[in-house]
Design a protein around this ligand. Structure first.
Ligand SMILES: [Zn+2]
Ligand SMILES: [Zn+2]
Length: 143
């Protein structure tokens, strides 16, 4: 039996123009403490969930989405109207990570790692939550 059957969690941006629905459970969730995420969010870290791009359905506002393409790494995509960050994706579209707070309801997964902790903000201690900490990017082969 397909465990993903019936899974559907919606989400969107701050102004409500961009709306989406995820139709399969996320595969991984984690915190990122990199400088880019700090600047992007205005906070000490960002928490995102990796999803199958094919499981994401746009319900509205897809034309409002803007993306910043850094010279390396994943595109950072946000609502062009309200500026709310929504997701990042690899340039070829094969990998996608949705910002966890963009969901309306619990997406059913919990963060399982902290990456780029070498760049963590000096003004906010990393919580002692027992999660594995990676100085740089989480290794792709990490369990
Ligand atoms: Zn918006
Ligand atoms: Zn980051």
């Amino acid at each position: 039996m397909d465990q993903a059957a019936g899974y559907a969690v919606q989400g969107g941006c701050l102004c409500g123009a961009v709306r989406f629905e995820l139709t399969a459970p996320p595969t991984l969730a984690g915190y990122c403490h990199c400088t880019r995420c700090q600047r992007r969010t205005g906070t000490a870290s960002a928490v995102s969930v990796f999803v199958d791009p094919a499981a994401l359905r746009w319900l509205g506002g897809e034309d409002l989405i803007r993306c910043w393409a850094p010279p390396d790494g994943m595109l950072k995509c946000f609502c062009g109207e309200c500026g709310a960050h929504l997701f990042s994706r690899s340039p070829d579209g094969s990998r996608m990570a949705i910002r966890m707070a963009a969901f309306d309801a619990d997406p059913g997964i919990r963060p399982s790692y902290r990456q780029y902790v070498a760049y963590a903000a000096s003004w906010e201690p990393i919580p002692d939550d027992g999660l594995p900490r990676y100085p740089q990017a989480r290794p792709r082969d990490a369990v």
